[in-house]
Write a protein that binds this ligand. Structure first.
Ligand code: PMP
Ligand code: GLU
Length: 431
């Protein structure tokens, strides 16, 4: 509880008690500070592509500036971009939206935030399957809503089951938030799994679906992305599809995302934009239209790059005794289990008793930055982004292996290989 926020006479609103800093942004800031202090850190924290925005998209942004797109745009976004988004949704997802059913914001995060602000009354519940992207629960709480976190264990492939969804729904449920491919686990729901969840939602017409598909292009092996709305078309009248340019087109800093949904909801989001940001950046919008309308080779190349990095990271982590890393089906994160390291002691005598301890140990002793699974709603894990070079992945995993080899069990002898923490074929295939 943030006492500063609630102490009478202080500046900050009570609402802020419900919010903590985004753990992923905080982790990135920690890395920046350590690097500024001269430490060499391998950074597996932040989820953003490590390569630049493709040149044809950058050129489109520059051309937009030179052409005078330097003013406010319509709050919902420029028509040419909303048209490009509508065409993309039809082409790639099989979904039909009119441009008035589409709203452009400063990142997908901004769209999710405003959608929740536009729809939640005090006490309204939002079902969030865990592990979850860190910002969902805090955004819900900030609007006076209640995050209803539903644990989705590794044994279920970190996925929400229809039975668990059914149990979580109450008369106060406003939204189910689904994120496939998932940050942080990389779980990808199959069309059949989405159909089964859709069938539950069809029985509860008061529950809306927010589908965050920002990692849709990064799927590996046999996994295929399916949009839950395409799988259960009856949901389209009560679903908000959220997506953005950050991941697929390496455009995190351009801050451009979008939502597509029923017109009344889209209008409400636009209303909030008119009173907050006014509009997304004009040149980013123009560049995004070119990205969506143009050749998609850059997206395919990025997906192939991430697939290779994923394989390497999974193999290297699974070779470390005490770490068990299921293979993700999508996104660009691994979510290894580190329970096998708990109870061990560092050379300085500190016993590792949580994933947070493991995260700090790896930062201090290996110079490798990760994020604790607890921040994503599941303890005993770390989240590690592989949106970084193979060289960094190899250097980071080698440093982890060396640091882990120096750990001692409570008795004082070095860690021995514990077969129960080695990956099984079943676990490998889970996600
Ligand atoms: N959803 C998920 C699951 C994410 O991981 C991110 C990453 N930041 C976002 C939404 C928001 O992305 P952005 O605001 O950069 O579009
Ligand atoms: N989505 C990214 C991540 O999870 C970016 C940071 C954020 O917006 O939280 O690392």
């Amino acid at each position: 509880m943030n006492m500063n926020a609630t102490t009478p006479g202080t500046l900050l609103a009570y609402r802020l008690d419900a919010v903590k800093p985004s753990p992923s942004m905080a982790a990135k800031m920690r890395v920046d500070a350590l690097r500024a202090a001269g430490r060499r850190i391998v950074d597996f924290t932040i989820g953003e592509p490590d390569f630049p925005t493709p040149p044809h998209i950058v050129a489109a942004g520059i051309a937009a500036l030179n052409a005078g797109l330097t003013r406010y745009t319509p709050s919902a976004g420029i028509p040419v971009l909303r048209q490009a988004i509508a065409a993309k949704l039809l082409r790639e997802n099989g979904l039909t939206y009119a441009i008035d059913d589409i709203v452009v914001g400063c990142g997908a995060k901004h769209i999710i935030y405003n959608a929740l602000a536009a729809t939640l009354n005090d006490g309204d519940e939002v079902i969030i399957p865990a592990p979850f992207w860190v910002s969902y629960p805090d955004m819900v709480a900030l609007q006076g809503g209640v995050p209803v976190v539903v644990p989705c264990p590794a044994a279920d492939g970190f996925k929400l089951t229809p039975a668990a969804l059914e149990r979580a729904i109450t008369p106060r449920t406003r939204w189910l938030v689904l994120n496939s491919p998932n940050n942080p686990t990389g779980a990808v729901y199959s069309a059949d799994e989405l159909r089964a969840l859709g069938a539950v939602l069809e029985r509860h017409p008061h529950v809306w679906l927010m589908t965050d598909e920002i990692y849709e292009h990064f799927v590996y092996g046999d996994a295929r992305h399916a949009s839950p709305i395409a799988v259960t078309p009856s949901l389209q009248s009560r679903a908000l599809l959220v997506n953005g340019m950050s991941k697929a087109y390496a455009m995190t800093g351009w801050r451009l995302g979008y939502g597509a949904g029923p017109r009344a909801l889209v209008k409400a989001i636009v209303l909030l934009l008119t009173q907050s940001t006014s509009c997304a950046v004009g040149m980013s919008q123009a560049a995004a239209a070119v990205a969506l309308d143009g050749p998609q080779d850059c997206v395919k190349e990025a997906a192939a790059l991430f697939a290779a990095r994923c394989d390497r990271m999974v193999a290297l982590l699974n070779a470390i005794p005490g770490i068990h890393c299921p293979r993700p089906d999508g996104a660009f994160y691994v979510f290894p289990n580190v329970d096998g390291l708990l109870g061990r002691s560092t050379e300085s005598g500190k016993t590792l008793s949580s994933d947070l301890d493991v995260m700090m140990f790896l930062l201090d002793e290996a110079g490798v930055a990760t994020i604790d699974g607890s921040s994503y709603g599941m303890q005993g894990h770390l989240r590690m982004s592989f949106a970084t070079s193979i060289e960094e992945i190899e250097a980071g995993c080698a440093a982890i292996a060396q640091a882990v080899a120096r750990l001692r069990p409570s008795s004082g002898s070095p860690v021995s290989l514990n077969p129960s923490h080695q990956p099984s074929n079943k676990d490998q295939a889970h996600a």
